[in-house]
Design a protein around this ligand. Structure first.
Ligand SMILES: NC(=O)c1ccc[n+]([C@@H]2O[C@H](COP(=O)([O-])OP(=O)(O)OC[C@H]3O[C@@H](n4cnc5c(N)ncnc54)[C@H](OP(=O)(O)O)[C@@H]3O)[C@@H](O)[C@H]2O)c1
Length: 265
């Protein structure tokens, strides 16, 4: 899809991948709607876009709250209309074993990314369907496919997001709406500061892959809009590993377990 003149809603746009994606899309002439909780950070992203001649609107919202998510979707519908492209990118979650995870935090981890993506999709899908065109892009981690120790709630939420994406794609077959899953390896973003303790739990096997920048993920998302695909996996080396994993899951699971974080009991 040509980006010029398109309305693109991006969740988690105050930081990291979402902010970089918003800027990349705005540079291509897309009108971006920026959603996240932190208003000053959203406004800083919007200011950078507008100073370069782009168009951005800011919608501060906690997307884990159904009432707030519904209200913001109504406001967007009234002020701007139905987005052409919905990018569900908001997400957080510390990497913890079950015994370390306060149950309320497990609920929150499931809520962003999974419920946040569900709420936004639910809000805009009827209008997108009527139009018979559009794209829904869900951003996730390689944790949507595989498992390693010490990140139980995070991994479960990522599997939920992939399950949602694949089920949605089946629902929307022939509707004119593309559904894309963007799967990234490690990205050097503020994620690791926002979710302390996660970085040290990355299995050492993962050091084989280059760390991405948010701008690289943003460029892949832009490409995935211009030439829609069902799946985008980056870095490139991870595509090969994922293929191996699909064919031969047990050895890769073993390696991730062996090189992963050990629980101190
Ligand atoms: N960093 C990585 O290595 C990596 C790799 C693969 C996938 N991912 C995934 O990519 C997405 C973006 O991550 P990132 O690396 O850019 O991390 P980040 O810099 O921490 O950005 C996360 C974004 O999500 C927003 N967010 C979190 N909870 C929210 C809520 N309840 N309501 C609304 N917005 C919320 C945050 O904004 P506010 O705090 O302002 O709400 C922020 O804009 C996440 O889903 C992450 O899990 C990250």
């Amino acid at each position: 899809m040509e980006l010029r003149g398109r309305v693109v809603l991006i969740t988690g746009a105050s930081s990291g991948i979402g902010a970089a994606t918003a800027k990349a899309i705005a540079r291509r002439g897309g009108q971006v709607l920026l959603l996240a909780r932190t208003q000053p950070a959203l406004e800083a992203v919007a200011a950078e876009i507008t100073v370069h001649g782009g168009t951005a609107r800011v919608y501060p919202v906690d997307l884990t709250d159904l009432t707030m998510a519904t209200q913001v979707a109504r406001l967007i519908q009234t002020e701007v209309g139905t987005p052409d492209i919905l990018i569900n990118n908001a997400g957080a979650g510390r990497w913890l074993f079950v015994e370390e995870t306060p149950p309320a935090e497990a609920v929150q981890m499931m809520a962003a990314p999974y419920f946040a993506a569900f709420f936004m999709t639910h809000a805009f899908l009827p209008a997108m369907r009527q139009r018979r065109r559009g794209q829904i892009i869900n951003v996730t981690s390689i944790a949507s496919y595989t498992v390693w120790p010490g990140a139980t709630g995070y991994i479960a939420a990522r599997w939920a997001l992939r399950g949602f994406t694949e089920a949605l794609r089946a629902d929307l077959h022939g509707s004119g709406i593309e559904v894309t899953l963007v799967t990234a390896g490690k990205v050097r973003s503020p994620y690791w500061v926002h979710n302390p303790g996660a970085e040290e739990r990355i299995p050492s096997l993962a050091r084989w892959y280059p760390t991405l920048t948010p701008e690289q993920v943003a460029a892949a998302i832009v490409q995935g809009i211009e030439r829609p695909r069902q799946e985008i996996v980056l870095p490139a080396a991870m595509r090969f590993s994922l293929l191996l994993y699909r064919l031969w899951p047990q050895p890769i699971r073993w390696l991730l377990r062996q090189t992963g974080w050990r629980q101190r009991l």
